[in-house]
Design a protein around this ligand. Structure first.
Ligand SMILES: CC(C)(COP(=O)(O)OP(=O)(O)OC[C@H]1O[C@@H](n2cnc3c(N)ncnc32)[C@H](O)[C@@H]1O)[C@@H](O)C(=O)NCCC(=O)NCCS
Ligand SMILES: Nc1ncnc2c1ncn2[C@@H]1O[C@H](COP(=O)(O)OP(=O)(O)OP(=O)(O)O)[C@@H](O)[C@H]1O
Length: 198
């Protein structure tokens, strides 16, 4: 079984992913793949330099992530350009990891993809699990976690489909507006309902 784990920025995907990993499940993380495929020497790294210029790189050839973030979360055209460079490489990397996991005898693989709905990637998974938190709580948690101003948090949230819309399209929802423990209880119930095994 392949399950898409999604939500919107700072609604709690990583918090649930960590618990799944502790329970022995395989979770393949799109954000991690997105970091790997832009490392110095990778094709996407070269393309980003061609399109965005030297100013979004540090001296040692790594992406200057805060600088690139500032650009793409405030400019839809630039965001689409970056997505066009990075997303194909992310998909290929995730699919290779997924195949490897099944070859290793895993029964269930979670694909943690923040932009699953935005990128229309439902075809990659059999079921979709949305980790939900109401928008005001999402903004508060994002400001706290990343030390963002209200404006910085708002521009990132506005670059994604509202989580209210995503929850309507989910096969299951974890409501992460309570404590982490309450969310883990919902996760354990879902594991029983869907009869999952690592
Ligand atoms: C712009 C970048 C360099 C900023 O890096 P930064 O370290 O600040 O953020 P990080 O990568 O940890 O992402 C944090 C969250 O931002 C959101 N986010 C990231 N990229 C995007 C995007 N293109 N559109 C909408 N939301 C996004 C996701 O919810 C993600 O979980 C980076 O996010 C990036 O390379 N984005 C493009 C690749 C991408 O789409 N990644 C998301 C999943 S594949
Ligand atoms: N139930 C909870 N109660 C309080 N804080 C929480 C709860 N769940 C998550 N958080 C905190 O909220 C922030 C966002 O959670 P998390 O990093 O899991 O979100 P995410 O969906 O993975 O975000 P991103 O899309 O940016 O990767 C973190 O600082 C996390 O510690």
């Amino acid at each position: 079984m392949i399950i898409g784990l999604t939500g919107s920025i700072a609604t709690g995907k990583s918090t649930i992913a960590k618990e799944l990993i502790d329970l022995g499940y395989t979770v393949i993380d799109a954000d991690q793949s997105a970091r790997k495929v832009v490392e110095p020497g990778e094709e996407a790294n070269v393309k980003i330099r061609e399109v965005f210029g030297d100013e979004v790189f540090t001296k040692d050839g790594h992406l200057d992530r805060p600088k690139l973030g500032e650009i793409i979360f405030n400019d839809e055209e630039k965001r689409k350009q970056l997505n066009g460079i990075v997303h194909p490489a992310v998909r290929a990397d995730m699919l290779a990891q997924k195949d490897q996991a099944f070859e290793n005898g895993k029964q269930t693989v979670f694909l943690d993809i923040p932009l699953l709905f935005e990128s229309g990637l439902q075809w990659m998974v059999e079921k979709v699990l949305v980790v939900y938190a109401p928008a005001d709580l999402q903004k508060d948690r994002l400001m706290k976690r990343n030390d963002f101003s209200e404006e910085e948090a708002a521009s990132r949230i506005a670059s994604q489909i509202p989580v209210e819309q995503k929850r309507e399209q989910a096969d299951a929802v974890i409501d992460n507006s309570g404590t982490v423990e309450q969310s883990i209880e919902q996760l354990n119930q879902l594991i029983k309902d869907w009869q999952l095994r690592p």
